[in-house]
Design a protein around this ligand. Structure first.
Ligand code: 13P
Length: 277
């Protein structure tokens, strides 16, 4: 497993790496099978809720097992760690990347905590992502009704003062699906790109029209996070099995269809993000 900095190196050439949020073994297998089929590096992202539910060891070892059958680079990333405890735990447990999300805090506190994460991560040779600005919607079961777009000047200050390697920005996307078409603030994204040198991340990638995703990547987004669309693909796989045969009880048939759903969706996103090797 490689670091976020390593996996994002080269994205300035006009592509982005997919951050795919996973929950269990079938998710991990689906993402890795897609990465292998499409010959693309991928970021396997996990939030706190599945970590608590499955246990950190089960999930890390699932990814390590998947890595053995994989010829493309993988990065194991903690997504939206909103407290230092979980971030430090994942660093110590062997994640190759973490995101600290202090976007719910006043900027001074966000900076102070992010600095602590950068220091701790450096001891393990990893390069964290952090967020400035707020996205609306539901992520990891937590709802945020507030939205605050990232200010380009503040973004520069945040990166300079914390020393983070990767910055998540708020430019009009949200977590979850949208009512109508999301309007991305491309001018703001351009301004941030000009002020800040580190790779930029677009969270809330589900339901954003392909043309907007492409434009964001052309402006300088290096990593696109996708969660909700994978949940839907997983569930549709299972529903499809029972629509065809309501009496199906074999776990491999049911979960196999869910895994196939994840694989197909991830291949579609890799094509959109142009990250094929
Ligand atoms: P979506 O669920 O909207 O795809 O967002 C995922 C995300 O940003 C995870 O960090």
């Amino acid at each position: 497993m490689i670091t976020l900095k390593e996996i994002l190196a080269g994205t300035e050439k006009g592509y982005a790496i997919g951050n795919f949020n996973v929950h269990n073994m079938e998710y991990v297998q689906g993402v890795v099978e897609a990465a292998e089929a499409a010959q693309s590096p991928v970021i396997i992202a996990i939030t706190e809720r599945p970590l608590k539910y499955y246990g950190i060891d089960y999930l890390i070892n699932t990814v390590k097992a998947a890595e053995k059958n994989c010829s493309v680079p993988l990065c194991l990333h903690l997504d939206h760690g909103d407290n230092l405890d979980i971030v430090f735990k994942c660093i110590e447990a062997g994640f190759s990347s973490v995101m600290y999300d202090g976007s719910h805090l006043p900027i001074e506190e966000n900076i102070a905590n992010t600095k602590k994460v950068v220091e701790k991560a450096a001891e393990y040779g990893i390069y964290p992502e952090a967020e400035l600005g707020k996205l609306q919607g539901i992520e990891d079961g937590k709802e945020s009704t507030e939205s605050a777009l990232t200010d380009p000047e503040e973004a520069k200050r945040f990166v300079d003062e914390t020393g983070i390697a990767v910055l998540a920005v708020a430019v009009g996307t949200a977590h979850g699906f949208y009512d109508g078409e999301p309007k991305l603030d491309f001018e703001r994204l351009k301004a941030i790109r000009e002020k800040v040198e580190v790779p930029l991340v677009l969270h809330g990638g589900s339901g954003v029209p392909a043309k907007s995703v492409k434009k964001a990547i052309d402006i300088g987004i290096s990593k696109v996070n996708v969660g909700t669309e994978l949940k839907v693909a997983f569930n549709q796989g299972i529903k499809g099995v029972w629509e065809e045969n309501p009496d199906e009880i074999e776990c491999t048939a049911i979960m196999g269809a869910a895994r196939e759903g994840i694989k197909n969706k991830v291949i579609e996103k890799i094509d959109l993000f142009r990250s094929n090797l």
